[in-house]
Design a protein around this ligand. Structure first.
Ligand code: 5GP
Ligand code: ZN
Length: 115
């Protein structure tokens, strides 16, 4: 499976740097974000190095479907009952900082809620 030796998320996939993993299978790794924006904030990443959504092809459709199907299951496993958000940032203007595709999944009481 393709990896980029300079990519921090490829290093997490390889176990070269630690992460609080919540799920791993043949296609993805899921771990807690190091700087959470919500009470529960995990990142679903493909094991293969795909830099961003701009690199995705039809061959990745099943992988993206898998990531979407996992999100609600993992939120339920992590005790999130009131709903969650899924976010993929793409490119500089999309706020992407790590150029290895990742889906943020954020749940728990909303810190962004008014009042
Ligand atoms: P982006 O802005 O690229 O969509 O989000 C990157 C996310 O990765 C950020 O929320 C950031 O906190 C998280 N992150 C960056 N480096 C690490 C790391 O080494 N470990 C973990 N667990 N999360 C990281
Ligand atoms: Zn990578």
């Amino acid at each position: 499976m393709s990896a980029d030796p300079n990519c921090i998320f490829c290093k997490i996939v390889a176990g070269q740097i630690p992460a609080k993993k919540v799920h791993e299978d043949d296609r993805v790794v899921v771990f807690h974000d190091i700087a959470p924006w919500a009470p529960v904030h995990v990142l679903i990443i493909p094991k293969q190095h795909i830099a961003s959504m701009t690199e995705v092809t039809d061959a990745d459709a099943a992988l993206l479907g898998h990531m979407n199907v996992l999100a609600p299951r993992l939120m339920a496993q992590l005790g999130v009952t009131g709903g969650f958000r899924q976010v993929i940032n793409t490119g500089r203007d999309g706020g992407q900082e790590v150029f290895h595709l990742h889906m943020h999944v954020m749940g728990g009481p909303r810190p962004w809620a008014k009042g």
